[in-house]
Design a protein around this ligand. Structure first.
Ligand code: NAD
Length: 289
């Protein structure tokens, strides 16, 4: 392979792009074999440029695997009642089986309150608290996509999680906490950590798995990592590069950590593409259930 990521010595790379392509391929086959229509309905409020581009890309990604994409646009002046009303309407439609809400919402509208209105069985982003509760209880449910992506990537290394120590760095409701719970479900011993955790580098260094999801560029350094550990980098941070241009980096100092870790996921090309694949998988699960 020509990719320097795959030829340099040190940790093996967990290639999120390749894993994601494999998932998409199997979803495409599953949809075709089902003989059924699979559709994702998404709500986009206002004219935030990044959200609009994301929705366009999403439409393309869905099309590639055979998922129909229906975008419901609401104007920037939409009120809480307008958005909630649309969610409730789509909840009630039988033809809508997979539903998500693009963020951001207009200022002053509580996104979590709207998300909690999405029917749990249609909530493909796993943002309704009922779905998080189901994750805790180990019930079949739609799991938040980034958490699912992180677990799949860890499992792709072949590591047996039972009995292993894991550090999850960052404990947000939508990323860090669900990852910690998924690892607990595998009977790993899980340290859920946050910005107030004392002696975090020492704690991380005792762990077989580190998942970094804190939003601090390159926080996890070489001396935080036990030799051979699996390191998953969830972070997506835009920082100034050496030539002043913006670059995307993770929460792990990739260059130093790769020399000690056993496995490492890069940014970009790691958890990001796999998160998209997990959303598609949730859509297919919701639609074909
Ligand atoms: P957040 O700001 O909601 O939460 C950050 C968490 O990290 C908090 O629990 C905080 O206490 C903890 N934290 C902050 N500084 C810390 C420090 N120095 N040491 C230890 N813990 C610290 O962020 P989030 O929404 O959970 O996102 C985390 C990162 O993941 C961001 O970089 C975000 O861009 C990225 N992200 C990636 C994806 C993906 O698909 N790859 C999806 C969502 C978020």
């Amino acid at each position: 392979m020509n990719d320097p990521l795959h030829t340099a010595p040190g940790a093996r790379i967990i290639d999120g792009k390749a894993l994601s392509d494999a998932v998409r391929g199997s979803l495409r086959a599953r949809i075709a074999a089902s003989g059924r229509r699979v559709r994702l309905d998404a709500i986009l409020v206002g004219d935030d440029r990044a959200a609009g581009i994301y929705a366009m890309n999403q439409a393309k990604t869905c099309e590639e695997v055979g998922i129909e994409y229906v975008l419901h646009r609401l104007p920037a002046g939409a009120t809480y009642d307008d958005i909630a009303g649309r969610v409730l309407l789509l909840n009630s439609e039988d033809g809508v089986r997979a539903l998500m809400l693009h963020l951001p919402l207009p200022a002053g509208i509580d996104a979590e309150r709207i998300q909690s209105l999405i029917s749990p069985e249609k909530d493909v982003e796993g943002v309704n608290p009922a779905n998080i509760g189901n994750v805790v209880y180990g019930r079949r449910s739609l799991v938040p996509c980034t958490a699912l992506a992180s677990l799949e990537m860890i499992e792709s290394t072949g590591i047996e999680l039972r009995g292993k120590r894991c550090a999850v760095i960052g404990a947000s409701n939508i990323v860090g906490k669900p990852i910690a719970v998924l690892l607990m479900r595998e009977e790993a011993t899980v340290h859920s950590t946050n910005k107030f955790t004392p002696a975090l580098p020492e704690l991380a260094r005792e762990c077989d798995v580190i998942v970094a999801a804190c939003g601090v560029p390159r926080l996890v350094k070489r001396d935080w990592v036990k030799p051979g550990a699996v390191v998953i980098d969830v972070g997506i941070n835009r920082i100034d590069g050496p030539d002043g241009k913006k670059i995307t980096v993770g929460d792990v100092d990739f260059e130093s950590v790769r020399s000690v870790a056993g496995w490492i996921s890069p940014v970009p090309g790691g958890v990001g593409p796999m998160t998209v694949a997990m959303l598609l998988r949730n859509v297919v699960e919701a639609a074909l259930r």
